[in-house]
Design a protein around this ligand. Structure first.
Ligand code: MOS
Length: 709
């Protein structure tokens, strides 16, 4: 593939509003989601997963006799009858290949039927006999942990600098230390994981609800013993993912195996598998619970002498995922001494995975609440405290920042929020039966760039162009902003550009994740347009086309690239019931150029909403006796609804970051969730004087407030 260095783009459409190009299809119900790719003339075979009711052991026998008698049930696949995989090393994806039960909720059989109803009833009738073995599924402060070889996103497990003893021994030093925790949290996209798959003897065709079509094809193909070219994955419309669809999980492999089984007898017959909401809590990845021990040592004026963040999380015994909880503490504030460590507990549970801002979300909750405690301990205003600890260069790498505008975010946010009028003391403001308080927290997210993307540029008639890339729009507005980027790269109006995404038949694209989709895909488009011009001139003839990709763009070697933000929260805590409401929040972000203010605002607001949801509601409870998550539906695992959200205001600094991308933008998908929960916890302290270090902040923490006079 040709690659070249993309030049900075001149913004014409970028930075201006553009309606979502897929809005009309979506609001009229015409946008087909994964499960809707059914052939009306030949209804798909319905697949229903049977999942384990024990947390560890062996499957002795799958008794499908009653199930296959049920009208409509075609067959039942189990670990003996399912098609064999060529590679079973990834034990999350190697489903139905052996008799081992690794966690409760693992797929142990699959019912295929004429209808979803018959398949579901068939699944109920399958009897699985187990040889149960003792399991370990409790994760708490006493759970044994080990040191992983690395943590998520390629970070080192431990990183330290300077002399901690000297910091602690400094005369007059103020020490703040605490244990912070976040619970298991579950990506709960509106559209559950689903796939429609067919096998015609040569090609596996998969309509999948995924954030990364090429990653699904390239991961599943070798496991299935196929060439990646034999696996076509399409995801034209996706109803959210938050990271749960960033990597293939078991349901995709189950659907693929079912299609192989069905297609061997009936080539091309489609199979449809839809994960139930309850199964989502066992099979789709989740954010592990975390525990953070944070110690801050500072001069009496709040100048940090040391930062210590020791984090633990849990993972599965059969596949490791280590949340990078402490990495933000490596670069967030200046301090001469620092220690950050990660340990994980290996349990008989399903493997955790990505959920919006893995690492930063739980880690910055701990660090930013600790910073608030330091502000209280030193009597320094929380905004001033953060300003006072601004590092001139990245403390972890020593590199200069691309643009570190955290202080501007804090100052602008304070102004818009009305921070100056805030009483210093807690429990100082009452409104009837409600205590009112305000809090602030900072946010950060690294600027990631995923290499390898390619785009195809084709000249159409009437001065129009088609731009194709296998990127996925999971509801973020990617289609729309790629149209704007393409238009500016081509120097035409956005109306003259057709954008094609969401299919492995299109040029290679990386995941819609890491807040790096637009940055990585847009850079490839910019490069491909340059190459198209180089190949075909400034007025290319109709039909000319070029496929090319970009050299890695951001100056990662020379600079430390991050986005920053600040959230200010106002909360109300009911004096008698402890009910906590977030009445108001202002978020100000530094994210480079905002390509489309409308879709970007939704991304940042959505992150803040998810942060409030994590602050107040989301609490995945695993029952260690049985090993499963008991809060496995949206009634018991509450995700913020409209009624939970007050007045949210979001803005961004006027900014073009030419070091980051040709568009001048960085990522925006995740930073909105980072720090948000800490700002709520800090505001809750200010309202009540009660310091909560564990998410979520539930009413029981506020039941012992002094009586109202
Ligand atoms: Mo996001 S957790 O990077 O898909």
């Amino acid at each position: 593939m040709t690659t070249l260095r993309a030049e900075p783009l001149t913004a014409r459409s970028m930075g201006t509003h553009h309606d979502r190009v897929d809005g009309p299809e979506k609001v009229t119900g015409r946008a087909p989601y994964a499960a809707e790719h059914a052939d009306p003339a030949s209804p798909p075979v319905a697949a229903w997963m049977v999942t384990s009711t024990v947390a560890r052991g062996r499957v002795l026998r799958v008794d499908a006799s009653a199930a296959v008698e049920h009208p409509g049930v075609l067959r039942v696949l189990d670990h003996e009858s399912a098609p064999r995989l060529a590679d079973t090393e990834d034990e999350e994806l190697a489903v139905l290949q052996d008799d081992r039960v690794r966690f409760r909720g693992q797929v142990v059989a699959l019912v295929l039927a004429d209808t979803a109803e018959a398949a579901r009833e068939g699944a109920r009738l399958v009897r699985v006999h187990y040889a149960e073995e003792p399991h370990e599924a409790a994760y708490d402060a006493s759970t044994a942990t080990y040191s992983p070889e690395g943590v998520n996103a390629g970070h080192e497990t431990d990183w330290a600098d300077g002399d901690l003893e000297a910091a602690r021994g400094t005369t007059g030093a103020v020490v703040v230390e605490g244990d912070y925790s976040t619970p298991h949290e579950f990506n709960s996209p509106m559209e559950p994981h689903a796939a429609v798959v067919s096998w015609d003897g040569t090609t596996l065709t998969m309509w999948d609800s995924t954030q990364a079509v090429h990653a699904v094809a390239r991961t599943l193909a070798p496991m299935l013993g196929l060439d990646p070219a034999q696996v076509r994955v399409a995801a034209p419309y996706v109803g959210g993912g938050f990271g749960s669809k960033g990597l293939p999980h078991a349901p995709e492999m189950v659907a693929a195996l079912a299609a192989l089984a069905v297609g061997t007898d009936d080539p091309g017959r489609r199979v449809r598998l839809v994960t139930t909401r309850q199964q989502m809590f066992a099979l789709a990845g989740y954010r592990t619970a975390t525990r953070s021990a944070v110690r801050l040592v500072a001069e009496p004026d709040g100048t940090l002498l040391s930062v210590e963040h020791d984090a633990t999380s849990q993972t599965s015994r059969f596949k490791e995922f280590a949340e990078q909880t402490a990495t933000a503490a490596r670069m967030m504030y200046a301090a001469p001494a620092r220690r950050t460590t990660h340990r994980v507990a290996g349990l008989d549970v399903n493997v955790p995975s990505w959920m919006r801002a893995p690492g930063e979300m739980p880690g910055m909750f701990a660090l930013e609440v600790a910073m608030d405690e330091l502000a209280v301990a030193t009597g320094v205003d929380p905004v001033t405290l953060r300003e006072r600890n601004e590092p001139a260069t990245d403390p972890e790498t020593g590199k200069p920042w691309n643009e570190r505008r955290l202080v501007e975010c804090l100052v602008r946010g304070a102004e818009r929020f009305g921070w100056a009028d805030r009483p210093t003391a807690p429990r100082a403001t009452r409104d009837g039966d409600w205590w009112v308080g305000t809090g602030v927290a900072a946010a950060t997210y690294p600027t990631l760039y995923m290499p390898g993307n390619e785009a195809r540029i084709e000249t159409l008639d009437d001065g129009r162009y088609a731009v194709s890339i296998g990127a996925v729009d999971i509801g973020t507005g990617a289609r729309t902003v790629l149209k704007q980027i393409s238009a500016d790269a081509l120097g035409v109006d956005p109306a003259a550009v057709e954008v094609h995404v969401g299919d492995t038949d299109l040029p290679f694209a990386t995941v819609a994740g890491g807040s790096a989709g637009t940055a990585s895909w847009g850079t490839a488009i910019a490069a491909a347009v340059q190459q198209h011009r180089a190949d075909h001139g400034a007025h290319p003839e109709v039909g000319t086309h070029t496929t090319a990709g970009a050299e890695p763009y951001p100056d990662m070697e020379g600079h430390s690239l991050h986005s920053f933000g600040a959230t200010f929260a106002e909360v109300r805590v009911h004096a008698w019931t402890g009910e906590l409401r977030v009445s108001r929040m202002v978020g100000v972000y530094s994210v480079g150029r905002v390509i489309n203010p409308t879709t970007s605002r939704s991304q940042l607001l959505g992150g803040m909403v998810m942060g409030i949801s994590g602050a107040l509601h989301e609490d995945g409870h695993r029952d260690p006796r049985f090993g499963h998550v008991v809060t496995q539906d949206l009634a018991t695992y509450h995700v913020a609804a409209h009624a939970d959200i007050g007045d949210l205001q979001v803005e961004w600094l006027d900014e073009v970051d030419e070091l980051a991308t040709p568009m001048g933008g960085r990522g925006i998908g995740e930073i909105g969730i980072v720090g948000t929960a800490a700002s709520v916890a800090n505001a809750a302290w200010h309202a009540t004087g009660v310091r909560v270090r564990d998410l979520p902040l539930t009413a029981d923490a506020f039941l012992d407030l002094p009586p109202l006079s």
